[in-house]
Write a protein that binds this ligand. Structure first.
Ligand code: IMP
Length: 426
């Protein structure tokens, strides 16, 4: 393994956690490069079942350096809770490193996330409520406070005082909310600064040195390409760049360092929150997929919207990321369907689209053009070699690979590590 990015090919929740966990034991470095604790990677291993929101999945493997990169927004309260839970369950955190350039999620970001969503009314994005959008807004608007700022008490107090007075004016005067107390935030975040201090460093230097030495590095994506602010279903997107390009800027390594880019796709499609989803099934088939696959958010517990595989969104995503291979997850969820549908184009008012249109109102009006393929009755759960899959499942996987436009690396047929079919070793 060299430098491998694992990115979400759909609207998030593709099962990246399992794929990353499979790869993490072979890596010297495992990195989170975007998003924040809006992500939830479910991992099952010998320590138990974990829902990691910020800590990279490599933390379970001794000797692996786990970086929370500059492209992540860090809620220190959430991070402290996650670290406490991991410690309590016997996981060694000595390999964890946090970028001093990562921006902090502050209490006013969480308050504003809720107030802004309320104000959007029927147009609400359905955010995770973790303060992600407001924190990235402040980063770009140059009003952010970074992890490194907590290491300098005076400069932190000055910066917080300047920013908080503006935020409180917005919270109280624009939204009629309650002002946030300076001392409370200052003391709480200063304490976090002390707690996290030993883990904070210039993580881009660690990553650049690793690239130079030829160490293997795993870049762990959060969310999915269809939630990218530029190429997703804007404005129903997240606020950082979940793609392979985001991996470089969110860590501080050059694009030329990336050797493999694995796109993770579910064998069907899910989305959580608002915004168009052309293949959504609002019927008993969608319900069946949701219940069978337990499609409820790892971070918010919200039921996920379920639908057939969207080949248009998937191809778009493959091209944006420059995918070198696919990790297809949850194929077993489709066991037992008589027929399965796959969307190969969108159609609206007599026009066919082979890529998602920029306008969400056009996308919402798009009707999926489906191909119908035969399903399979046998369980795929015990399958470990591609040749052992039912012929119909093989044909389905082959068709997805053609639609996405890139080869399959692995197919996951269950949550456990060994429930995996390797086609091209990662
Ligand atoms: P935010 O990232 O909390 O601002 O939410 C923006 C949109 O991205 C909402 O539709 C969320 O449901 C969605 N979203 C954010 N994180 C995830 C994730 O990890 N999986 C799936 N959807 C996500």
């Amino acid at each position: 393994m060299s430098v491998v990015a694992v990115v979400g090919g759909q609207w998030g929740d593709e099962g990246k956690g399992k794929i990353v966990d499979l790869l993490a034991e072979k890596a010297h470095l495992v990195v989170r490069y975007s998003g924040g604790n809006n992500a939830g990677h479910t991992i099952m291993n010998e320590y138990g079942t974990f829902r990691l929101h910020l800590v990279p999945s490599g933390i379970f493997h001794s000797g692996v350096t786990c970086i929370i990169g500059n492209g992540v927004v860090v809620d220190p309260q959430a991070l402290a809770e996650e670290m406490d839970d991991l410690r309590a369950r016997g996981v060694d955190l000595s390999g964890l490193r946090i970028s001093d350039r990562a921006h902090l999620i502050m209490p006013y970001h969480i308050a504003l996330d809720a107030l802004e969503e309320q104000a959007r009314g029927a147009e609400a994005i359905g955010t995770t409520g973790k303060g992600i959008g407001p924190a990235f807004m402040d980063k770009i608007a140059r009003n952010g406070i970074r992890v490194g700022d907590l290491m300098d008490r005076d400069s932190f107090a000055r910066r917080l005082s300047a920013v908080l007075s503006v935020k409180n004016a917005i919270i109280t005067k624009v939204y009629g909310g309650d002002a946030i107390d300076f001392d409370w935030v200052h003391d709480k975040y200063s304490a976090f600064g002390k707690e996290m201090g030993g883990y904070v460093t210039e993580t881009q230097v660690l990553a650049q040195e690793a690239v130079q030495k030829g160490d293997s590095m795993l870049l762990e994506g959060a969310q999915g390409t269809m939630l990218d602010p530029d190429f997703g279903t804007y404005p129903f997107v997240t606020s950082s760049c979940p793609t392979a390009a985001g991996a470089c800027s969110g860590l501080g390594i050059p694009p030329t360092a990336l050797q493999r880019i694995v796109g993770v796709f579910k064998a069907y499609t899910t989305r959580v929150g608002g915004g168009p989803m052309p293949t959504e099934l609002k019927d008993e088939t969608g319900e069946l997929i949701r219940e069978r696959a337990h499609e409820y958010g790892a971070t918010t517990g919200r039921p996920r919207r379920c639908g057939w595989f969207d080949g248009v969104a998937a191809r778009h995503s493959a091209r944006i990321n420059g995918l070198t291979g696919i990790a297809l997850t949850r194929l077993d969820v489709l066991d037992g369907f008589d027929t399965i549908r796959v969307c190969s184009a969108y159609e609206v008012e007599g026009r066919r689209y082979q890529y998602p249109p920029a306008s969400v109102s056009v996308l919402a009006a798009c009707r999926p053009v489906y191909e119908e393929v035969p399903g399979w009755s046998a369980s795929t759960r015990g399958t470990r070699a591609p040749g052992d899959l039912p012929a119909e499942a093989r044909a389905y996987v082959q068709r997805l690979s053609e639609l996405i436009g890139c080869p399959m690396d692995v197919i996951s047929v269950g949550p456990e590590r060994e429930e995996t079919i390797t086609i091209r070793p990662l």
